[in-house]
Design a binder for this molecule. Structure first.
Ligand code: MG
Length: 204
């Protein structure tokens, strides 16, 4: 197995890479029916109309949770307070994400979470990551490749469940596909992995 030059800095995607966004959406919809009873919010309705509360940049969509709840008359502060109470016991990190974040912390590696999305919603998701596992969060509504180009030129890797096509030469793209049979596949100019624990091979 040939691994590219070891990197110094790491960017990690949030949605569907570290964070189980599908589980979060289902939990939010169910919890909303429970905690916003007086606003007559139904989980099925939230599931059916959530796409009306997405924004779009080029071909990428992002969901605006608090705009969605505001549609039912629920203020952001109340939404956050009540949802947090119900959801705080739920673990939205994937098991391999938890392992990788632990590794990053124990090895004191240089890493940040780089997410495409509306900051209020992304910050709320991020708040469910245990403090012991957090990394700096950067929320963008523009291209990740453009952001990385604007940063230092040191060798880096980015792990994302979507292929990023505008990376600078200093940044190695690693596509996460948990359905892939092989642990590690070398493609033309990016790697594909099926488990975040494999990222350790690219580090140190
Ligand atoms: Mg993602």
């Amino acid at each position: 197995m040939i691994i590219p030059a070891k990197c110094r800095h790491m960017y990690l995607d949030l949605d569907r890479t570290l964070f189980d966004t599908h589980a979060f959406m289902v939990a939010v919809q169910r919890a909303s029916e429970e905690v916003f009873g007086e606003y007559e919010v139904k989980a099925t309705a939230l599931h059916e109309n959530y796409t009306d509360f997405r924004g779009r940049v080029d071909k990428q969509y992002y969901y605006q949770l608090f705009e969605h709840l505001a549609h039912y008359g629920i203020a952001k502060e109340l939404a956050e307070e009540r949802l947090r109470l119900v959801l705080k016991s739920v673990d939205f990190l994937y098991p391999d994400a938890r392992d990788l974040l632990e590794f990053i912390h124990t090895q004191h590696l240089d890493a940040e979470i780089l997410t495409f999305g509306e900051p209020l919603t992304q910050n709320f998701k991020y708040s469910f990551i245990p403090a012991s596992h957090t990394l700096p969060l950067v929320s963008l509504l523009s291209s990740k490749g453009h952001y990385i180009k604007s940063q230092s030129k040191q060798a880096s890797i980015i792990i994302d469940d979507k292929l990023i096509t505008d990376l600078p030469g200093s940044c190695q793209g690693i596509l996460l596909d948990r359905h892939q049979a092989e642990a590690l596949v070398k493609n033309q100019d990016y790697w594909t992995i099926n488990d975040l624990r494999i990222v350790k091979e690219f580090l140190l």
